[in-house]
Design a protein around this ligand. Structure first.
Ligand code: BLA
Length: 512
Protein backbone atom coordinates (compact mmCIF):
# COMPACT_ATOMS: atom_id res chain seq x y z
CA UNK A 1 0.00 0.00 0.00
CA UNK A 2 0.91 3.67 -0.28
CA UNK A 3 1.57 3.93 3.43
CA UNK A 4 4.77 1.99 2.74
CA UNK A 5 4.29 -0.38 5.65
CA UNK A 6 1.67 -2.93 6.57
CA UNK A 7 -1.26 -1.50 8.47
CA UNK A 8 -1.69 -3.22 11.79
CA UNK A 9 -3.70 -2.66 14.91
CA UNK A 10 -0.92 -0.65 16.47
CA UNK A 11 -0.20 1.87 13.71
CA UNK A 12 -3.66 2.42 12.31
CA UNK A 13 -3.97 5.89 13.78
CA UNK A 14 -1.23 6.86 11.32
CA UNK A 15 -2.83 5.27 8.27
CA UNK A 16 -3.40 8.13 5.80
CA UNK A 17 -7.01 7.21 5.08
CA UNK A 18 -7.62 10.46 3.13
CA UNK A 19 -5.17 9.47 0.36
CA UNK A 20 -5.75 5.77 -0.32
CA UNK A 21 -5.34 6.17 -4.11
CA UNK A 22 -8.23 3.70 -4.33
CA UNK A 23 -11.97 3.84 -4.85
CA UNK A 24 -14.90 1.61 -4.03
CA UNK A 25 -15.68 -0.08 -7.35
CA UNK A 26 -19.47 0.26 -7.35
CA UNK A 27 -18.83 3.56 -9.15
CA UNK A 28 -15.93 5.19 -10.99
CA UNK A 29 -14.00 8.43 -10.66
CA UNK A 30 -12.47 11.00 -13.00
CA UNK A 31 -10.13 13.71 -11.65
CA UNK A 32 -9.81 16.80 -13.81
CA UNK A 33 -7.08 19.35 -13.40
CA UNK A 34 -8.71 22.57 -12.20
CA UNK A 35 -6.77 24.76 -14.62
CA UNK A 36 -6.48 22.70 -17.81
CA UNK A 37 -9.83 20.93 -17.35
CA UNK A 38 -8.19 17.75 -18.60
CA UNK A 39 -8.61 14.32 -17.13
CA UNK A 40 -5.44 13.60 -15.12
CA UNK A 41 -6.51 10.54 -13.12
CA UNK A 42 -9.13 7.84 -13.66
CA UNK A 43 -10.14 4.87 -11.54
CA UNK A 44 -9.19 1.75 -13.49
CA UNK A 45 -12.68 0.25 -13.24
CA UNK A 46 -14.00 2.81 -15.72
CA UNK A 47 -13.81 0.28 -18.50
CA UNK A 48 -15.84 -2.28 -16.56
CA UNK A 49 -18.57 0.34 -16.07
CA UNK A 50 -18.73 2.09 -19.43
CA UNK A 51 -16.50 0.17 -21.81
CA UNK A 52 -14.06 3.03 -22.32
CA UNK A 53 -10.45 2.42 -21.41
CA UNK A 54 -8.32 4.54 -19.10
CA UNK A 55 -6.03 5.43 -22.02
CA UNK A 56 -8.92 6.79 -24.03
CA UNK A 57 -9.65 9.24 -21.22
CA UNK A 58 -6.32 10.35 -19.73
CA UNK A 59 -5.12 13.70 -21.00
CA UNK A 60 -8.47 14.39 -22.71
CA UNK A 61 -11.50 16.47 -21.87
CA UNK A 62 -14.89 15.02 -21.01
CA UNK A 63 -16.14 14.77 -24.59
CA UNK A 64 -15.28 11.08 -24.86
CA UNK A 65 -17.77 10.32 -22.08
CA UNK A 66 -20.45 13.01 -22.07
CA UNK A 67 -22.66 14.33 -24.84
CA UNK A 68 -22.66 18.06 -25.68
CA UNK A 69 -25.69 18.83 -23.50
CA UNK A 70 -24.10 17.11 -20.51
CA UNK A 71 -20.80 18.88 -21.21
CA UNK A 72 -22.64 22.19 -21.11
CA UNK A 73 -24.21 21.32 -17.78
CA UNK A 74 -20.83 20.48 -16.28
CA UNK A 75 -19.33 23.71 -17.69
CA UNK A 76 -22.10 25.69 -16.10
CA UNK A 77 -21.51 24.09 -12.70
CA UNK A 78 -17.72 24.24 -12.95
CA UNK A 79 -17.12 27.76 -11.53
CA UNK A 80 -19.50 27.14 -8.61
CA UNK A 81 -17.87 23.93 -7.45
CA UNK A 82 -16.47 23.65 -3.93
CA UNK A 83 -15.99 20.69 -1.60
CA UNK A 84 -19.78 20.63 -1.24
CA UNK A 85 -21.09 18.16 -3.80
CA UNK A 86 -23.32 19.08 -6.76
CA UNK A 87 -25.41 16.47 -8.48
CA UNK A 88 -26.37 15.73 -12.08
CA UNK A 89 -28.29 12.80 -13.47
CA UNK A 90 -26.61 11.56 -16.66
CA UNK A 91 -27.63 8.92 -19.12
CA UNK A 92 -24.58 7.43 -20.82
CA UNK A 93 -26.52 6.19 -23.81
CA UNK A 94 -23.86 3.94 -25.28
CA UNK A 95 -23.47 1.89 -22.07
CA UNK A 96 -25.51 -1.27 -22.30
CA UNK A 97 -27.47 -2.42 -19.26
CA UNK A 98 -26.84 0.46 -16.86
CA UNK A 99 -27.53 3.61 -18.76
CA UNK A 100 -28.32 5.94 -15.87
CA UNK A 101 -25.67 7.37 -13.53
CA UNK A 102 -25.64 9.90 -10.76
CA UNK A 103 -22.78 12.27 -11.44
CA UNK A 104 -21.50 13.79 -8.20
CA UNK A 105 -19.14 16.74 -8.64
CA UNK A 106 -16.91 18.57 -6.20
CA UNK A 107 -13.68 20.58 -6.20
CA UNK A 108 -10.84 19.74 -3.81
CA UNK A 109 -7.06 19.54 -3.69
CA UNK A 110 -6.56 21.27 -7.04
CA UNK A 111 -8.88 18.86 -8.81
CA UNK A 112 -12.45 18.73 -9.97
CA UNK A 113 -13.82 15.32 -9.05
CA UNK A 114 -16.44 13.57 -11.15
CA UNK A 115 -17.82 10.50 -9.42
CA UNK A 116 -20.25 8.30 -11.31
CA UNK A 117 -22.65 6.12 -9.34
CA UNK A 118 -24.88 3.70 -11.23
CA UNK A 119 -28.56 4.20 -10.46
CA UNK A 120 -30.03 0.93 -9.27
CA UNK A 121 -33.62 1.53 -10.32
CA UNK A 122 -34.95 2.71 -13.63
CA UNK A 123 -35.81 6.03 -12.05
CA UNK A 124 -34.25 7.94 -9.23
CA UNK A 125 -36.17 7.87 -5.94
CA UNK A 126 -38.19 11.06 -5.80
CA UNK A 127 -37.39 13.22 -2.80
CA UNK A 128 -40.25 12.56 -0.39
CA UNK A 129 -40.69 15.90 1.32
CA UNK A 130 -43.79 14.75 3.19
CA UNK A 131 -41.79 11.95 4.83
CA UNK A 132 -39.02 14.38 5.68
CA UNK A 133 -41.54 16.74 7.21
CA UNK A 134 -43.05 13.97 9.32
CA UNK A 135 -39.57 13.00 10.48
CA UNK A 136 -38.77 16.52 11.60
CA UNK A 137 -42.11 16.85 13.41
CA UNK A 138 -41.32 13.68 15.33
CA UNK A 139 -37.88 14.91 16.25
CA UNK A 140 -39.21 18.28 17.42
CA UNK A 141 -41.56 16.66 19.95
CA UNK A 142 -38.74 14.91 21.83
CA UNK A 143 -38.12 16.30 25.30
CA UNK A 144 -35.08 14.22 26.21
CA UNK A 145 -31.89 13.49 24.31
CA UNK A 146 -32.63 9.76 24.31
CA UNK A 147 -36.11 10.25 22.90
CA UNK A 148 -34.63 12.55 20.28
CA UNK A 149 -32.06 9.89 19.32
CA UNK A 150 -34.72 7.20 19.21
CA UNK A 151 -36.85 9.23 16.78
CA UNK A 152 -33.83 9.93 14.59
CA UNK A 153 -32.70 6.30 14.30
CA UNK A 154 -36.24 5.06 13.70
CA UNK A 155 -36.80 7.61 10.96
CA UNK A 156 -33.48 6.90 9.25
CA UNK A 157 -34.26 3.20 9.34
CA UNK A 158 -37.76 3.72 7.96
CA UNK A 159 -36.36 5.82 5.11
CA UNK A 160 -33.43 3.58 4.18
CA UNK A 161 -34.46 0.08 5.20
CA UNK A 162 -31.14 -0.70 6.91
CA UNK A 163 -31.41 -3.72 9.22
CA UNK A 164 -29.91 -1.75 12.10
CA UNK A 165 -29.67 1.98 12.75
CA UNK A 166 -28.08 3.12 15.98
CA UNK A 167 -27.00 6.33 17.68
CA UNK A 168 -23.42 6.06 18.83
CA UNK A 169 -22.48 8.78 21.34
CA UNK A 170 -18.94 9.72 22.30
CA UNK A 171 -17.90 10.26 25.91
CA UNK A 172 -15.31 12.89 26.88
CA UNK A 173 -12.62 10.17 26.73
CA UNK A 174 -13.74 9.44 23.13
CA UNK A 175 -15.03 5.98 23.92
CA UNK A 176 -18.56 5.49 22.63
CA UNK A 177 -21.89 3.98 23.57
CA UNK A 178 -24.83 2.80 21.50
CA UNK A 179 -27.53 4.87 23.19
CA UNK A 180 -30.46 4.30 20.82
CA UNK A 181 -31.21 1.59 18.32
CA UNK A 182 -33.82 0.55 15.81
CA UNK A 183 -33.29 -2.92 14.37
CA UNK A 184 -34.77 -5.92 12.67
CA UNK A 185 -36.12 -8.35 15.28
CA UNK A 186 -33.74 -11.20 14.52
CA UNK A 187 -30.58 -9.18 15.18
CA UNK A 188 -28.89 -9.11 18.57
CA UNK A 189 -29.14 -5.71 20.20
CA UNK A 190 -26.07 -3.51 20.47
CA UNK A 191 -27.97 -1.04 22.64
CA UNK A 192 -26.05 -0.06 25.77
CA UNK A 193 -22.74 -1.40 24.48
CA UNK A 194 -19.57 0.60 24.85
CA UNK A 195 -16.47 0.67 22.66
CA UNK A 196 -13.03 2.17 23.28
CA UNK A 197 -11.76 5.32 21.57
CA UNK A 198 -9.31 3.31 19.46
CA UNK A 199 -12.10 1.79 17.35
CA UNK A 200 -12.28 5.07 15.49
CA UNK A 201 -8.79 6.55 15.21
CA UNK A 202 -8.02 10.28 15.40
CA UNK A 203 -7.47 10.93 11.71
CA UNK A 204 -10.81 9.31 10.93
CA UNK A 205 -12.58 11.51 13.49
CA UNK A 206 -10.93 14.59 11.99
CA UNK A 207 -12.14 13.57 8.54
CA UNK A 208 -15.69 12.91 9.74
CA UNK A 209 -15.86 16.52 10.98
CA UNK A 210 -15.36 17.64 7.39
CA UNK A 211 -17.32 14.96 5.55
CA UNK A 212 -20.57 14.22 7.36
CA UNK A 213 -21.66 11.06 5.55
CA UNK A 214 -19.86 7.85 4.56
CA UNK A 215 -21.31 5.02 2.60
CA UNK A 216 -20.04 1.47 1.97
CA UNK A 217 -22.68 -0.41 -0.06
CA UNK A 218 -20.67 -3.66 -0.07
CA UNK A 219 -17.72 -4.35 2.25
CA UNK A 220 -16.73 -7.33 0.12
CA UNK A 221 -15.01 -5.40 -2.63
CA UNK A 222 -11.64 -5.18 -4.34
CA UNK A 223 -10.69 -1.52 -4.49
CA UNK A 224 -10.05 0.06 -7.89
CA UNK A 225 -6.83 2.11 -8.07
CA UNK A 226 -6.57 5.56 -9.58
CA UNK A 227 -4.43 5.60 -12.74
CA UNK A 228 -1.94 7.09 -12.32
CA UNK A 229 -2.13 6.81 -8.56
CA UNK A 230 -0.34 10.14 -8.04
CA UNK A 231 -1.62 13.47 -9.28
CA UNK A 232 1.03 14.42 -11.91
CA UNK A 233 1.10 18.08 -10.77
CA UNK A 234 1.63 17.35 -7.07
CA UNK A 235 3.38 14.00 -7.20
CA UNK A 236 1.17 12.56 -4.47
CA UNK A 237 -2.16 10.76 -4.29
CA UNK A 238 -5.04 13.24 -4.24
CA UNK A 239 -6.94 14.03 -1.05
CA UNK A 240 -10.21 12.09 -1.10
CA UNK A 241 -11.67 13.56 2.10
CA UNK A 242 -14.80 14.64 0.23
CA UNK A 243 -14.94 11.85 -2.34
CA UNK A 244 -18.05 9.69 -2.08
CA UNK A 245 -16.22 6.66 -3.47
CA UNK A 246 -13.09 6.90 -1.27
CA UNK A 247 -11.92 3.40 -0.48
CA UNK A 248 -12.16 2.60 3.22
CA UNK A 249 -9.35 1.51 5.54
CA UNK A 250 -8.82 -2.27 5.29
CA UNK A 251 -8.70 -2.47 9.09
CA UNK A 252 -12.18 -1.05 9.34
CA UNK A 253 -13.43 -3.33 6.55
CA UNK A 254 -12.13 -6.33 8.51
CA UNK A 255 -13.86 -5.03 11.64
CA UNK A 256 -17.17 -4.83 9.79
CA UNK A 257 -16.74 -8.31 8.32
CA UNK A 258 -16.00 -9.72 11.77
CA UNK A 259 -19.25 -8.14 12.95
CA UNK A 260 -21.22 -9.73 10.15
CA UNK A 261 -21.95 -6.35 8.58
CA UNK A 262 -22.07 -6.18 4.75
CA UNK A 263 -23.10 -2.57 4.12
CA UNK A 264 -22.91 0.62 6.19
CA UNK A 265 -23.76 4.26 6.14
CA UNK A 266 -22.68 6.59 8.92
CA UNK A 267 -23.61 10.21 9.50
CA UNK A 268 -21.66 12.52 11.79
CA UNK A 269 -23.44 14.32 14.60
CA UNK A 270 -21.48 17.49 15.26
CA UNK A 271 -21.99 19.98 18.06
CA UNK A 272 -19.91 23.12 18.50
CA UNK A 273 -17.31 21.81 16.09
CA UNK A 274 -16.92 18.54 18.01
CA UNK A 275 -17.93 15.05 16.98
CA UNK A 276 -20.77 14.34 19.43
CA UNK A 277 -21.72 11.01 17.91
CA UNK A 278 -22.70 9.16 14.78
CA UNK A 279 -25.83 7.73 13.30
CA UNK A 280 -24.67 4.24 12.29
CA UNK A 281 -26.51 2.10 9.77
CA UNK A 282 -25.71 -1.58 9.21
CA UNK A 283 -27.04 -4.16 6.80
CA UNK A 284 -26.23 -7.84 6.63
CA UNK A 285 -26.27 -7.95 2.83
CA UNK A 286 -25.00 -5.42 0.28
CA UNK A 287 -27.26 -2.39 0.03
CA UNK A 288 -27.16 0.44 -2.48
CA UNK A 289 -28.84 3.57 -1.11
CA UNK A 290 -29.52 6.26 -3.70
CA UNK A 291 -27.61 9.51 -3.51
CA UNK A 292 -30.85 11.45 -2.95
CA UNK A 293 -31.84 9.27 -0.04
CA UNK A 294 -28.39 9.70 1.47
CA UNK A 295 -28.77 13.46 1.10
CA UNK A 296 -32.06 13.22 2.94
CA UNK A 297 -30.38 11.30 5.78
CA UNK A 298 -27.62 13.88 5.81
CA UNK A 299 -30.27 16.57 6.15
CA UNK A 300 -31.71 14.68 9.13
CA UNK A 301 -28.21 14.36 10.63
CA UNK A 302 -27.55 18.09 10.27
CA UNK A 303 -30.94 19.01 11.67
CA UNK A 304 -30.35 16.62 14.54
CA UNK A 305 -26.98 18.27 15.17
CA UNK A 306 -28.52 21.74 15.13
CA UNK A 307 -31.33 20.85 17.55
CA UNK A 308 -29.25 18.74 19.90
CA UNK A 309 -28.20 21.66 22.11
CA UNK A 310 -31.81 22.63 22.82
CA UNK A 311 -32.72 19.03 23.72
CA UNK A 312 -29.74 18.82 26.07
CA UNK A 313 -30.83 22.06 27.69
CA UNK A 314 -34.39 20.79 28.10
CA UNK A 315 -33.07 17.69 29.78
CA UNK A 316 -30.66 19.60 31.98
CA UNK A 317 -33.45 21.96 33.04
CA UNK A 318 -35.70 19.03 33.87
CA UNK A 319 -32.98 17.48 36.05
CA UNK A 320 -32.31 20.83 37.69
CA UNK A 321 -36.01 21.21 38.41
CA UNK A 322 -36.16 17.73 39.92
CA UNK A 323 -33.19 18.52 42.16
CA UNK A 324 -34.71 21.82 43.20
CA UNK A 325 -38.08 20.27 44.01
CA UNK A 326 -36.48 17.50 46.04
CA UNK A 327 -34.33 20.09 47.78
CA UNK A 328 -37.32 22.26 48.71
CA UNK A 329 -39.20 19.27 50.13
CA UNK A 330 -36.16 18.10 52.08
CA UNK A 331 -35.64 21.63 53.46
CA UNK A 332 -39.25 21.65 54.59
CA UNK A 333 -39.04 18.19 56.14
CA UNK A 334 -35.88 18.91 58.12
CA UNK A 335 -37.28 22.22 59.35
CA UNK A 336 -40.40 20.56 60.75
CA UNK A 337 -38.86 17.50 62.31
CA UNK A 338 -38.06 17.44 65.97
CA UNK A 339 -35.13 15.25 64.98
CA UNK A 340 -33.93 17.02 61.85
CA UNK A 341 -32.12 13.90 60.64
CA UNK A 342 -35.39 12.03 60.17
CA UNK A 343 -36.43 14.65 57.65
CA UNK A 344 -33.69 13.35 55.38
CA UNK A 345 -34.71 9.70 55.18
CA UNK A 346 -37.97 8.88 56.95
CA UNK A 347 -40.49 10.89 54.99
CA UNK A 348 -41.87 10.97 51.47
CA UNK A 349 -38.82 12.62 49.91
CA UNK A 350 -35.42 11.26 50.86
CA UNK A 351 -31.80 11.91 50.00
CA UNK A 352 -32.18 9.35 47.20
CA UNK A 353 -34.62 11.60 45.36
CA UNK A 354 -32.21 14.50 45.00
CA UNK A 355 -29.68 12.99 42.59
CA UNK A 356 -29.33 10.10 40.17
CA UNK A 357 -27.52 7.73 42.52
CA UNK A 358 -27.58 4.15 43.76
CA UNK A 359 -27.56 4.79 47.48
CA UNK A 360 -27.12 7.37 50.22
CA UNK A 361 -26.05 7.38 53.87
CA UNK A 362 -26.00 9.65 56.89
CA UNK A 363 -23.26 9.33 59.48
CA UNK A 364 -24.12 11.56 62.44
CA UNK A 365 -22.66 11.49 65.91
CA UNK A 366 -21.67 7.87 65.48
CA UNK A 367 -25.08 6.76 64.18
CA UNK A 368 -25.26 5.39 60.62
CA UNK A 369 -28.38 5.36 58.45
CA UNK A 370 -28.30 3.92 54.92
CA UNK A 371 -30.68 4.16 51.96
CA UNK A 372 -30.61 2.08 48.76
CA UNK A 373 -27.51 0.32 47.48
CA UNK A 374 -24.59 1.27 49.74
CA UNK A 375 -21.31 -0.14 51.03
CA UNK A 376 -21.51 -2.02 54.35
CA UNK A 377 -21.55 -0.16 57.66
CA UNK A 378 -17.91 -0.83 58.37
CA UNK A 379 -16.92 0.22 54.83
CA UNK A 380 -18.77 3.50 55.24
CA UNK A 381 -17.12 4.17 58.59
CA UNK A 382 -13.72 3.43 57.07
CA UNK A 383 -14.51 5.77 54.21
CA UNK A 384 -15.50 8.52 56.63
CA UNK A 385 -12.27 8.06 58.57
CA UNK A 386 -10.27 8.32 55.33
CA UNK A 387 -12.16 11.43 54.21
CA UNK A 388 -11.63 13.11 57.56
CA UNK A 389 -7.88 12.89 57.16
CA UNK A 390 -7.29 12.92 53.42
CA UNK A 391 -10.10 15.08 52.05
CA UNK A 392 -11.43 17.33 54.79
CA UNK A 393 -13.26 19.75 52.43
CA UNK A 394 -16.96 20.47 53.01
CA UNK A 395 -18.06 19.07 49.68
CA UNK A 396 -16.12 16.07 48.39
CA UNK A 397 -16.68 14.18 45.15
CA UNK A 398 -15.00 11.54 43.04
CA UNK A 399 -15.98 9.35 40.12
CA UNK A 400 -13.34 6.78 41.00
CA UNK A 401 -12.79 6.19 44.69
CA UNK A 402 -10.57 3.16 43.99
CA UNK A 403 -8.15 5.26 41.94
CA UNK A 404 -8.13 8.03 44.52
CA UNK A 405 -7.52 5.66 47.41
CA UNK A 406 -5.78 2.58 46.02
CA UNK A 407 -4.99 1.37 49.53
CA UNK A 408 -8.65 1.33 50.57
CA UNK A 409 -11.33 -1.21 49.79
CA UNK A 410 -12.43 -0.46 46.21
CA UNK A 411 -16.25 -0.37 46.84
CA UNK A 412 -16.68 -1.07 43.13
CA UNK A 413 -20.25 -2.21 42.95
CA UNK A 414 -21.69 0.31 45.36
CA UNK A 415 -19.50 3.38 45.57
CA UNK A 416 -17.11 3.90 42.67
CA UNK A 417 -18.59 7.40 42.69
CA UNK A 418 -18.97 9.32 45.95
CA UNK A 419 -20.42 12.73 46.75
CA UNK A 420 -20.09 13.66 50.42
CA UNK A 421 -20.90 16.76 52.46
CA UNK A 422 -19.77 17.40 56.01
CA UNK A 423 -22.46 18.01 58.60
CA UNK A 424 -20.53 19.88 61.22
CA UNK A 425 -17.60 22.20 61.73
CA UNK A 426 -15.77 19.21 63.21
CA UNK A 427 -15.39 16.76 60.34
CA UNK A 428 -16.55 13.21 60.98
CA UNK A 429 -20.27 13.56 60.32
CA UNK A 430 -21.33 13.17 56.71
CA UNK A 431 -24.10 12.80 54.21
CA UNK A 432 -23.05 10.51 51.34
CA UNK A 433 -24.45 9.79 47.92
CA UNK A 434 -23.06 6.73 46.14
CA UNK A 435 -22.86 5.73 42.49
CA UNK A 436 -22.02 2.19 41.33
CA UNK A 437 -19.28 1.40 38.86
CA UNK A 438 -20.44 2.12 35.31
CA UNK A 439 -19.72 -1.47 34.29
CA UNK A 440 -22.30 -2.71 36.78
CA UNK A 441 -24.94 -0.84 34.83
CA UNK A 442 -23.79 -1.99 31.40
CA UNK A 443 -24.89 -5.14 29.63
CA UNK A 444 -22.89 -7.04 27.12
CA UNK A 445 -25.35 -8.42 24.61
CA UNK A 446 -22.98 -9.03 21.72
CA UNK A 447 -23.45 -12.63 20.73
CA UNK A 448 -23.17 -11.81 17.05
CA UNK A 449 -19.65 -13.02 16.38
CA UNK A 450 -19.63 -16.40 14.79
CA UNK A 451 -15.90 -16.61 14.12
CA UNK A 452 -13.25 -16.42 16.82
CA UNK A 453 -10.07 -15.77 14.94
CA UNK A 454 -6.71 -14.32 15.78
CA UNK A 455 -5.58 -11.17 14.06
CA UNK A 456 -2.25 -9.43 14.23
CA UNK A 457 -0.68 -12.19 16.29
CA UNK A 458 -2.95 -11.88 19.26
CA UNK A 459 -5.60 -9.24 18.94
CA UNK A 460 -8.98 -10.05 17.53
CA UNK A 461 -10.62 -7.09 15.89
CA UNK A 462 -14.23 -7.19 17.00
CA UNK A 463 -16.85 -5.46 19.08
CA UNK A 464 -16.55 -8.13 21.78
CA UNK A 465 -12.80 -7.59 22.04
CA UNK A 466 -13.41 -3.86 21.97
CA UNK A 467 -15.91 -4.11 24.75
CA UNK A 468 -13.41 -6.00 26.88
CA UNK A 469 -10.87 -3.23 26.25
CA UNK A 470 -13.38 -0.55 27.15
CA UNK A 471 -14.28 -2.44 30.32
CA UNK A 472 -10.68 -2.35 31.47
CA UNK A 473 -10.40 1.36 30.78
CA UNK A 474 -13.44 2.26 32.85
CA UNK A 475 -13.01 -0.25 35.65
CA UNK A 476 -13.74 1.32 39.02
CA UNK A 477 -15.27 4.48 37.60
CA UNK A 478 -18.79 5.84 37.97
CA UNK A 479 -20.74 8.47 36.08
CA UNK A 480 -19.12 11.82 36.92
CA UNK A 481 -20.87 14.28 39.26
CA UNK A 482 -22.10 17.37 37.44
CA UNK A 483 -21.46 20.96 38.57
CA UNK A 484 -25.17 21.46 39.21
CA UNK A 485 -25.17 18.45 41.54
CA UNK A 486 -22.20 19.78 43.50
CA UNK A 487 -23.91 23.15 43.76
CA UNK A 488 -27.10 21.55 45.10
CA UNK A 489 -25.11 19.48 47.62
CA UNK A 490 -23.45 22.66 48.86
CA UNK A 491 -26.85 24.35 49.27
CA UNK A 492 -28.24 21.39 51.17
CA UNK A 493 -25.26 21.49 53.49
CA UNK A 494 -25.76 25.19 54.23
CA UNK A 495 -29.46 24.70 54.81
CA UNK A 496 -28.88 21.86 57.26
CA UNK A 497 -26.33 23.98 59.10
CA UNK A 498 -28.95 26.76 59.33
CA UNK A 499 -31.58 24.44 60.73
CA UNK A 500 -29.18 23.04 63.28
CA UNK A 501 -28.17 26.51 64.35
CA UNK A 502 -31.82 27.40 64.81
CA UNK A 503 -32.47 24.27 66.88
CA UNK A 504 -29.38 24.99 68.94
CA UNK A 505 -30.49 28.60 69.57
CA UNK A 506 -33.97 27.45 70.61
CA UNK A 507 -32.49 24.97 73.06
CA UNK A 508 -30.25 27.71 74.48
CA UNK A 509 -33.20 30.07 74.87
CA UNK A 510 -35.28 27.42 76.56
CA UNK A 511 -32.44 26.52 78.91
CA UNK A 512 -31.90 30.15 79.89
C1 BLA B 1 -13.60 3.73 11.29
N1 BLA B 1 -14.70 2.53 13.19
C2 BLA B 1 -14.70 3.39 12.12
C3 BLA B 1 -16.00 3.92 11.96
C4 BLA B 1 -16.80 3.34 12.91
C5 BLA B 1 -16.00 2.46 13.66
C6 BLA B 1 -18.27 3.60 13.10
C7 BLA B 1 -16.44 4.94 10.94
C8 BLA B 1 -16.73 4.30 9.65
C9 BLA B 1 -17.53 5.16 8.75
O1 BLA B 1 -17.99 6.23 9.15
O2 BLA B 1 -17.75 4.74 7.62
C10 BLA B 1 -16.36 1.65 14.79
N2 BLA B 1 -18.40 0.54 14.03
C11 BLA B 1 -17.55 0.95 14.98
C12 BLA B 1 -18.07 0.55 16.24
C13 BLA B 1 -19.24 -0.08 16.03
C14 BLA B 1 -19.44 -0.08 14.63
C15 BLA B 1 -17.44 0.80 17.55
O3 BLA B 1 -20.40 -0.58 14.04
C16 BLA B 1 -20.08 -0.66 17.06
C17 BLA B 1 -21.24 -1.21 16.83
N3 BLA B 1 -10.77 0.10 14.16
C18 BLA B 1 -10.55 -0.71 15.25
C19 BLA B 1 -9.15 -0.72 15.52
C20 BLA B 1 -8.55 0.09 14.56
C21 BLA B 1 -9.59 0.62 13.72
C22 BLA B 1 -8.55 -1.49 16.64
O4 BLA B 1 -11.39 -1.30 15.87
C23 BLA B 1 -7.14 0.41 14.38
C24 BLA B 1 -6.17 -0.10 15.14
C25 BLA B 1 -9.40 1.49 12.64
N4 BLA B 1 -11.72 2.40 12.26
C26 BLA B 1 -10.40 2.25 11.98
C27 BLA B 1 -10.10 3.07 10.84
C28 BLA B 1 -11.27 3.71 10.45
C29 BLA B 1 -12.28 3.27 11.36
C30 BLA B 1 -8.73 3.24 10.21
C31 BLA B 1 -11.46 4.66 9.30
C32 BLA B 1 -12.17 4.00 8.16
C33 BLA B 1 -12.24 4.92 6.98
O5 BLA B 1 -13.07 5.85 6.97
O6 BLA B 1 -11.45 4.72 6.05
Amino acid sequence: NLFGQPITLTNCDREPIHIPGLVQPYGFVLCLDEASKQIVQVSDNVEAHVGISVDQLLGKGLERLLNPAQMAEVSQLWPTLTEAAKLLGVRLDYVAGKPLFKLILHRYDGLVWLEFEPVADKEATPLDLAALNATLSQMLTASTVLEFCQHAVEEVRALTGFARVGMYRFAPDESGEMIAESKRDDLDPLLGLHYPASDIPQQARAMYLKNWLRFIPDVDYSPAPLVPVRNPSTGRPPDMTYAVLRSVSPIHIQYLKNMGVAATMTISVIQDGRLWGMIMCHHDSPRLVSYELREMCLFIGKTFSALLGTKEQLEQHAYQLRIQQAQVRLFEQVSHQANFLEGLYKQHTTLLDVFDCGGAAILFEGELITLGNTPTDSEIRELAAWLKVRAPQDVFHTDSYARLNPAGRPLRATASGILAITLAQEPGDYIFWFRPERLQTVNWAGKNEKVEKMEDGQVFLSPRQSFAAWSQEVENTALAWQPLELEAAKELRLHIADVRLKIFNELQTRAA
